[in-house]
Structures are given as structure tokens and as C-alpha cells.
Design a protein around this ligand. Structure first.
Ligand SMILES: [Zn+2]
Length: 335
């Protein structure tokens, strides 16, 4: 059902494009400039037959996190405009240079982590320009935003959803509702600017600061594309559209989530070789050995101890670790 309190108005535009009611648009949008480097953004606008809110779904800010990318391809194919109220705007691959280069974490054009440079700068490096463009043309025009991630090429991950406290009660309430209906087994409602998890520079933090209800959903990892993981993301997105009253029916929930209050990321303090002793999804107690660090001759340097009790949310699976590189993420349980 469409929201009767919302004025009908003409369909919203993104990058100067809109689709007529009941129609859709697919277009490769050029981004960047000859000075900072150029690439493209695949933009999909799906305009419901009925008026309603704008839901923005993006994936591939980290170009090798494939599950979210595939889930948006599927959603775009599955969504029926006759049932949809409002606009779904999808960008399945935000970081095209990283996707094409199969590059983990950073964009190969400027070696920046796109999810640390938001809200970006129109006169900055390629990643900063890309971030500013996304904020202006998509995020600032959306009534809600889902940023799909997963473990990167060298990470194993247990599915979780994150939202951030922005300080605006209505925005935060909707964000937490969206995190709940995404129906993943762990929800992290991160307070303030984030504690152990540094939200600074993330799309989530920038969108929340602009008053857009936003969640991050993380599923999959290791460069793989398992059907179950793709379906998890797709299911969550369909639930978000139902929660926003953009699709008929109610969200269907199958999981009683564990609530996480904060995340800590134990870092390596040496360049070396890492052997994790825990897996994603495992519970750990503060002080227990969660892995070993060896030197480049194969000798033990030191064991790594859990800095807090909680749930292992992701683990670096590559043995190659550098000083200040994340070894894993541990979710600190609420209460
Ligand atoms: Zn990511």
C-alpha cells in the first residue's frame, strides 16, 4: 500500500534521470574526471506504479564483496513495478574500479578505502569525488538507505546488520526497525560515533548525519557467491521494502537476533604471519588466545588475546598481516 500521507508528486530524479510510473531505467553513469580518474556507476531506477518513498540500495563500495552485488542484480530482476509504491534506486557496483581489478578494501585508482572518505569532496581524489557524487545524487534524495557489504576477499564473516545512533529519534527508530527486519542473526546498534568500530568516514555515518535512516548489512565473504548468502541479502531487502510500505504485506522474520552494543577490532602490532584460532560466529572470552602471530622465518612472535568477551563477527583468513591491520572484529554483547 502506498502511504496516503505522502504527496504523489512527479518521480524523483537521480543523475538527472527518472523512470515513468511503472517503468525502469538502467544506465551506466560516468563518474570522476580526467584529472582524478574516471569510471562508471551502474544505476537502476525502478519506479513503482503507485507513489511512495525512495529506497536506495547500494553494494560494492568494497568491490570484491560479491554477495550484496548479486543480491541487487536479483532484486532488480524480481521487483514488479505494478506492486511497488515509490522508487527503488539501486547501484549494484559502487566501486567499479575495485570490482574490475578484484581489489580488496581499496580503490585501485587512489588506494583509498571508499568507506572511510565519506561524505567525500567534489575537488578530492577519485574516491572522494565518488563519495560526494553518491551523497548528492542518491543519498540526499532517499528516504532510507541500505549499504550491502560482506567479508572481503580475505575475510570470513558471520552475517550481521549495523545501524548508528544519529541523535535524531525518528531517524534512529526507523534505522533500528530496518536493521531488525533485515533478519540477520546479529544486530549492532552502534552508539554515538562508534566505539571500537570507527564509523568515521563511512557512508552509514555520512547518511545518518544527513538524517537518512541507514543500515549496513553484511553477509558472505572470501570472494565466494553461495546461493544461501545471496538469498539472505535478497530476503532482507524485500523485508525493508515491506517495512517501508513500498511492497504489500509485512516483513517475514525467521531469526531472533543477538544484540551487539559495540565492536572491537584487534589489530596486528607487527608485520607478519597470522594464524587465527577462532572462526566467525564463535563466542570468545576476554583474554583467551584468538590467534598466533609468527615472523617471516616461521617462528612464533606472540599469541593474540581477545581484548573483550563477545562474538567473532569476522576473521582475517589471509596469513599476510601488516602492523595496524585488523585481525578480526569482535562484537561486544549488550547487557
Ligand atoms: Zn565492505
Amino acid at each position: 500500500m502506498s502511504d496516503p500521507t505522502r504527496p504523489a508528486g512527479p518521480p524523483k530524479t537521480f543523475f538527472g534521470l527518472s523512470a515513468p510510473p511503472g517503468g525502469r531505467v538502467e544506465r551506466l553513469i560516468p563518474v570522476g574526471s580526467p584529472a582524478v580518474g574516471q569510471s562508471t556507476l551502474p544505476l537502476i531506477i525502478i519506479q513503482g506504479a503507485k507513489p511512495g518513498p525512495v529506497a536506495a540500495f547500494v553494494a560494492g563500495l568494497h568491490g570484491a564483496e560479491y554477495v550484496g552485488i548479486e543480491a541487487l542484480f536479483r532484486l532488480a530482476r524480481d521487483l514488479k513495478t505494478a506492486e511497488l509504491a515509490g522508487t527503488a534506486v539501486l547501484i549494484p557496483i559502487v566501486n567499479m574500479p575495485a570490482f574490475q581489478a578484484r581489489r580488496a578494501f581499496v580503490c585501485p585508482i587512489d588506494d583509498r578505502n571508499l568507506n572511510r572518505v565519506f561524505p567525500g569532496r567534489p575537488d578530492g581524489t577519485f574516491s572522494e569525488v565518488l563519495a560526494a557524487t553518491l551523497m548528492e545524487e542518491v543519498v540526499g534524495r532517499a528516504d532510507c538507505l541500505v549499504d550491502l557489504h560482506g567479508g572481503d576477499l580475505v575475510e570470513d564473516l558471520t552475517p550481521f546488520c549495523l545501524c548508528l545512533e544519529s541523535g535524531r529519534v525518528d531517524v534512529d527508530r526507523l534505522a533500528l526497525d530496518l536493521a531488525r527486519v533485515f533478519d540477520l542473526p546479529i544486530i549492532g546498534a552502534i552508539r554515538g560515533r562508534g566505539g571500537g568500530w570507527n564509523a568515521g568516514g563511512s557512508l552509514m555515518a555520512a547518511a545518518a548525519a544527513r538524517g537518512v535512516p541507514v543500515i549496513i548489512a553484511e553477509v558472505g565473504g572470501g570472494g565466494r557467491l553461495p546461493e544461501d548468502d545471496v538469498e539472505r541479502h535478497r530476503h532482507g531487502l524485500m523485508n525493508v521494502l515491506r517495512q517501508m510500505k513500498m511492497l504489500p504485506g509485512w516483513p517475514t522474520l525467521g531469526t531472533a537476533p543477538v544484540m551487539v552494543a559495540d565492536m572491537v577490532w584487534p589489530l596486528s602490532d607487527v608485520d607478519g604471519v597470522f594464524y587465527p584460532h577462532v572462526r566467525a560466529g564463535e563466542r570468545v572470552r576476554a583474554g583467551t588466545v584468538i590467534g598466533l602471530l609468527h615472523d617471516y622465518f616461521g617462528n612464533l612472535i606472540k599469541p593474540v588475546h581477545a581484548p573483550a568477551s563477545g562474538l567473532v563477527m569476522f576473521v582475517t583468513t589471509s596469513p599476510a598481516v601488516m602492523r595496524n591491520g585488523a585481525l578480526m572484529g569482535i562484537g561486544v554483547l549488550e547487557g
